[in-house]
Design a protein around this ligand. Structure first.
Ligand SMILES: Nc1ncnc2c1ncn2[C@@H]1O[C@H](COP(=O)(O)OP(=O)(O)O)[C@@H](O)[C@H]1O
Ligand SMILES: [Mg+2]
Length: 443
């Protein structure tokens, strides 16, 4: 350290400080500039992935419309963005590295030239020249390391920022801090003046009130889009009503834990989606610790046992993504079987038999009646033949209950329900006549 210690020369120190300052300034500015590019690259990568998954999941629709080419082009367009962003990112990385090297070399060269002049003037020796050179080369390594480190950290933060933004989101529905577990004794459900909308501009439920007494069956009927399935989603607390209360055995469902609430409700949904696993796995989903015999018993009650036994793999047969290897009616019966296995005190059947032909529907109705026995049941139905025996029928239209009562009362009243009933009966009679005519022709 002859130069810096024995005969400290401020000129060399100044050149070094200026070089380092320029180096850090350049690294910071260039890295920050690259953040935008990196973000763009990540976004186009996500976009391309989403498009690929979307078209693979909906591959049947893609084929119905012979849209393979269009889908491939859509994916290509996203990939082109990714390609561009990716190239851009690597070019900018090279510029960053080259810039850092150039700045440093300029600094070293200036010092070397200064040293040469000092040797000429007799102020420095050849040894000083070698020393300065060696020191500067040594310094370049930690500098490079720091530059890379800074870049990598910034890049990693960008890469996981989406994850952080997801983690920072608080769930729309969360348990209250003092939430208790729901205690069910008789399973009485009460809706008190419930108002609900998904979007403030479009109210869905406008003051719905009803009581489902313990063990009774309440049917909710009405046109498509009236808000019937919404009622079942509110029961499960996927959403919360904007005003009004929903109680089970006197406990507001907003005040209890979601897990305990969902544990007591069994649901056969309108469209059943299965897991890409075996059919046995999908039935067992209702209750994990169920015995094999219980799984078989549930399958028998849901009238799907014979179908399963006819499959090459039996209960170990794969159902495909979202259950696409099964027909709509088979999926629905799997859903019924797993709900039977769960055996909850409250049952919601949302158009549970809509995907079945009338013969199977009739058989399942019998099974559903058996499970509904002793359970408080909400039956949502479009086909009125399935609700005739309900203890009370609610006719929902545009978010309001406009008629309620037992089947005979509603028919006698000759209102909307009676109108819908007559239309459906006429259709059923026409179907029966057609069948008879067909039989005659065949004979
Ligand atoms: N997640 C949602 N976001 C916005 N609107 C929705 C959502 N789910 C359902 N809707 C709308 O709410 C209305 C009622 O839906 P739903 O309760 O499913 O009707 P249905 O009586 O046929 O079961 C429909 O018009 C539907 O478009
Ligand atoms: Mg519905």
């Amino acid at each position: 350290m002859i130069v810096f210690i024995y005969q400290f020369d401020w000129r060399y120190a100044l050149v070094l400080i200026v070089t380092l300052a320029a180096y850090f300034l350049f690294t910071t500015i260039a890295t920050n500039h690259r953040i935008a590019i990196r973000r763009q690259m990540n976004e186009s990568d996500t976009d391309a992935n989403q498009k690929a998954i979307d078209s693979l999941l909906n591959y049947e629709t893609v084929k119905y419309f012979s849209a393979e080419q269009r889908e491939a082009e859509r994916y290509d367009r996203s990939m082109i963005h990714y390609e561009k962003a990716s190239t851009h990112s690597y070019v900018s990385l090279s510029i960053l590295n080259a810039g850092q090297t150039v700045i440093y070399i300029i600094g070293v060269t200036v010092m070397m030239v200064m040293c040469v002049y000092d040797i000429e003037a007799g102020r420095n020796s050849i040894g000083d020249f070698v020393l300065i050179n060696a020191l500067m080369i040594q310094l370049s390594q930690p500098l490079n390391f720091m530059g890379t480190f800074y870049r990598e950290v910034r890049q990693a933060i960008i890469d996981i920022e989406t994850m952080f933004s997801i983690l920072a989101k608080s769930p729309e529905i969360s348990d209250k801090s003092n939430a208790q577990d729901l205690r069910v004794e008789s399973a009485e459900i009460v809706f008190e003046d419930v108002y609900f909308h998904y979007d403030p501009a479009r109210p869905i439920l406008k003051g719905v009130s009803f009581v489902a007494p313990p063990g009774k069956t309440i049917a909710i009927v009405g046109p498509s889009g009236a808000g019937k399935s919404t009622i079942s989603r509110l029961m499960f607390r996927f959403y919360e009503p904007q005003s009004g209360r929903i109680t089970i055995d006197g406990q507001n469902i907003q005040d209890v834990t979601q897990t305990s609430l969902r544990a007591v409700i069994g649901m056969v949904p309108q469209d059943t989606v299965l897991f890409n696993d075996t059919i046995g796995y999908n039935i067992r989903y209702g209750r994990w610790d169920a015995h094999d015999d219980e799984v078989r018993e549930a399958a028998r009650s849901a009238q799907i046992d014979r179908f399963i036994e006819s499959l090459p793999g039996g209960y170990d047969a794969q159902v495909g993504e979202r259950g696409l290897k099964l027909s709509g009616g088979e999926k629905q019966r799997v859903a019924i079987a797993r709900t039977m296995l769960k055996g909850p005190p409250i049952l919601i059947l949302d158009e549970a038999t809509s995907a079945l032909d009338s013969y199977t529907e009739h058989e399942i109705q019998e099974a559903l009646r058996r499970v509904a026995k002793g359970r408080t049941t909400l039956v949502i139905a479009h086909r009125l033949s399935t609700v005739v025996e309900a203890d009370e029928i609610l006719f929902l239209d545009q978010g309001r209950i406009i008629e309620r009562g037992r089947h005979e009362e509603l028919i006698a009243r000759n209102g909307l329900y009676a109108g819908m009933w007559n239309r459906q009966r006429q259709a059923a009679e026409a179907r029966a006549k057609l069948l008879e005519a067909e039989k005659e022709v065949n004979l």
